[in-house]
Design a protein around this ligand. Structure first.
Ligand code: UDX
Length: 439
């Protein structure tokens, strides 16, 4: 049987999931409470920049397999499997995650559930949330025991969202019945056929896998950035160190790029929410190291500001500073907790005349930081600069010609915040080249 799917929440995760499931041949109905967003999606306009997604979305809409609505009644009537993809942001002024959007989904959906169906949570949540939502669902749904909950965390990376959704590394499923497992095996059959491993487990383990994965990745990045701090003190080279470590298969080279550290909508908030939840469970000691992981990460941003100030003679007053990059990482227009913008704002606060350029995230950055200046190209942003900072490693910046950029700046000084450039090439072109963690 081909199940009819719904996707609740059409942000990053939901929009991608809906378009990908339609591409696999399912009939998909996406829901969002924001009518403006839904009108845009119906017109094929994406809320986000994501390579390959626009095309899938357009094809889904044209085929009629992908539709959007704001009506919970309609999705309850339509769907056999409801994927819940709403956000769980960090609470204001706290470490904990705000799961109120998930509760709102269950409260809005459940009263309309008069037939058999499976509700599948994909959002990243504090452990224990799934069981609580399952109880709530059972309490509120008229069809009672015919409605079940499964937990199926999502591991997609921005910039690779389509690939990660259609060809995931693994599928993790927290279930309480064989029936739910059987349905999900049918839904994910195309991935399972490709050999994607599937781990079937309980709710709390499924919830934990996601935060554990993100905690590990954050730790790996902060580990190499801690080594960068030591390298700076010891006049050693963290780029060579990282390369040498990467050949040890037990360590591996991925997520071992030293630089300005992690940002975005997931890693920073997930490790904080994880610590908060462990504290509630009385297991806070187990995760105190994540506090250090977070602190190392934030210190890189200050170190970047200090290094830039060193190059401008100890003060930013009267200095033009060019910031290349606004997105939290390349191939994304996401500026949530962007290390690049954080550094730009800090330098602005210390009196620097900062101009930012980003190939894709410029408009988002402009809206969020009206006090910063923006250039329409790397060259325009760098005109008259006393120092250039490469803070997001877009290919466009890696491909910059040292001579051409040198011809527009006031002084050839560059700090490579992502260890992305070839130091020798830049030095040969007369640049004073500095990088985080390197002599
Ligand atoms: C992350 C997880 O990878 C993904 O599995 C999860 O579902 C959501 O969170 P994402 O936020 O898209 O995905 O970004 P990711 O590619 O993981 O990068 C995170 C941050 O780490 C970026 O700011 C990136 O610049 C930084 N990073 C990454 C480093 O500083 N060094 C590295 O070696 C790798």
């Amino acid at each position: 049987m081909s199940y009819r799917l719904t996707v609740i929440g059409t942000g990053y995760l939901g929009a991608t999931h809906a378009a990908c499931m339609a591409a696999l041949g399912f009939e998909v109905l996406g829901l969002d409470v924001d009518p403006v967003k839904i009108a845009r999606l119906r017109a094929g306009e994406l809320p986000i920049y994501e390579p390959g997604l626009q095309d899938l979305m357009r094809r889904g809409l044209e085929s009629g397999r992908l539709r959007f609505t704001t009506s919970y009644e309609e999705i309850a009537e339509f769907g056999d499997v409801h994927f819940v993809c709403v956000g769980t942001p960090q609470k204001k002024g706290e470490y904990a995650a705000d799961v109120s959007y998930l509760d709102a989904v269950v409260e809005s959906l459940a009263p309309h559930l008069t037939r058999e169906c499976l509700v599948v949570g994909k959002s990243t949540v504090p452990v224990g949330t799934a069981q609580r939502l399952a109880d709530k669902l059972a309490r509120l749904a008229p069809s009672g025991a015919l409605v079940e909950l499964a937990w199926n965390p999502e591991f997609l990376r921005e910039g690779f969202a389509v690939k990660d959704t259609l060809h995931p590394d693994r599928i993790v499923l927290g279930v309480v019945s064989d029936k739910a497992e059987k349905i999900m095996r049918e839904v994910y059959e195309p991935m399972l056929r490709e050999g994607t491993p599937m781990v079937i487990t309980d709710y709390p383990t499924a919830e934990l896998v996601k935060v554990a994965a993100n905690a590990f990745l954050a730790t790996k990045i902060s580990f190499i950035n801690a080594m960068a701090e030591v390298c700076e003190a010891a006049h050693a080279d963290v780029k060579d160190l990282s390369l040498a470590l990467s050949f040890d298969e037990r360590i591996g080279g991925r997520f071992l790029n030293p630089g300005l550290g992690f940002g975005g909508g997931c890693l920073p908030k997930d490790i904080r929410a994880f610590m908060a939840r462990a504290g509630e469970l009385g297991a806070d000691q187990a995760l105190t190291f994540l506090r250090e992981v977070d602190a190392i990460n934030m210190r890189r941003r200050n170190r970047m500001v200090d290094l830039a100030r060193e190059l401008t003679g100890g003060s930013f007053r009267g200095c033009s500073v060019t910031v290349l990059g606004a997105a939290f990482k390349p191939n994304s227009d996401d500026i949530r907790d962007s290390p690049a913008l954080d550094v730009a704002v800090k330098i602005r606060e210390q009196g620097g005349d900062v101009t930012v350029y980003d190939p894709v995230a410029l408009e988002n950055a402009r809206r969020a930081h009206p006090s910063l200046k923006f250039g329409e190209s790397a060259l325009e942003a760098a005109r008259g600069a006393h120092v250039v900072l490469l803070l997001t490693e877009w290919q466009e910046f890696i491909d910059l010609d040292a001579e051409t950029l040198g011809s527009v700046v006031a002084s050839r000084r560059i700090v490579d915040g992502r260890n992305a450039l070839d130091a020798e090439t830049w030095r040969a072109a007369g640049w004073h080249y500095r990088a985080l963690g390197r002599p």
